[in-house]
Design a protein around this ligand. Structure first.
Ligand code: GRF
Length: 186
């Protein structure tokens, strides 16, 4: 199976997923699609020898991304820190074949503006005693796709957004590649 990873940021999750499948050979990360020309994931892709294409949010809206996925025979789509909208035509063409990861226990701390560090800041501000990750399908209503897996970690009294983010990232690295592998076998 041919996977495309969509990312907007530094791409540490993308790297873990690429390495996982390079080692296991159970699928291939055929493309990384970056939504910004300045995304750190682009350099990471080069180091990992994975082809990388920049498609801006406009290119998603205009159908360029959809055509690209089809032309490159992508079977499964993984969002890893992807901040743009996945258009309906892609969602419809890939039923149950697009997954997203969110760095909180959804439905808490999801929705508009809740991405990256904002999530961890909000979790700390709310005085939560635990946080975690949610892996979900992507449906037309972005953050409302069915949950596939949630995993928890504690929030410590001396946490900063950075220390909490690091703990949550560890959960992401531990679970996301395995979950993807299980889903593509289906
Ligand atoms: C992750 O925490 C992911 O859950 C979120 O954005 C972050 C991406 O980090 N939606 P990275 O680019 O994989 O390092």
């Amino acid at each position: 199976k041919r996977i495309a990873i969509l990312a907007s940021g530094t791409g540490t999750n993308a790297e873990r997923i690429v390495r996982y499948f390079q080692e296991k050979g159970t699928a291939e990360v055929a493309w990384i699609i970056a939504s910004r020309a300045s995304a750190g994931v682009i350099e990471r892709a080069a180091r990992l020898h994975v082809p990388c294409k920049v498609i801006t949010p406009d290119g998603f809206a205009s159908g360029e991304a959809f055509r690209f996925l089809k032309e490159n025979e992508i079977d499964f789509i993984v969002l890893a820190g992807f901040l743009s909208r996945v258009p309906d035509e892609i969602v419809h063409a890939y039923p149950q074949k697009i997954v997203n990861i969110h760095p909180s226990l959804l439905p808490k701390f999801g929705g508009k503006g809740m991405y990256g560090m904002h999530v961890h800041e909000a979790v700390l501000a709310a005085g939560e005693t635990e946080s975690g990750i949610t892996i979900q399908y992507v449906s037309e209503k972005y953050d409302e796709g069915a949950f596939i897996l949630q995993a928890k970690c504690p929030v410590l009294s001396d946490d900063t957004p950075d220390t909490l983010a690091a703990r949550v990232h560890e959960l992401e690295y531990r679970y996301y590649p395995e979950v993807i592998e299980k889903l593509i076998k289906k």
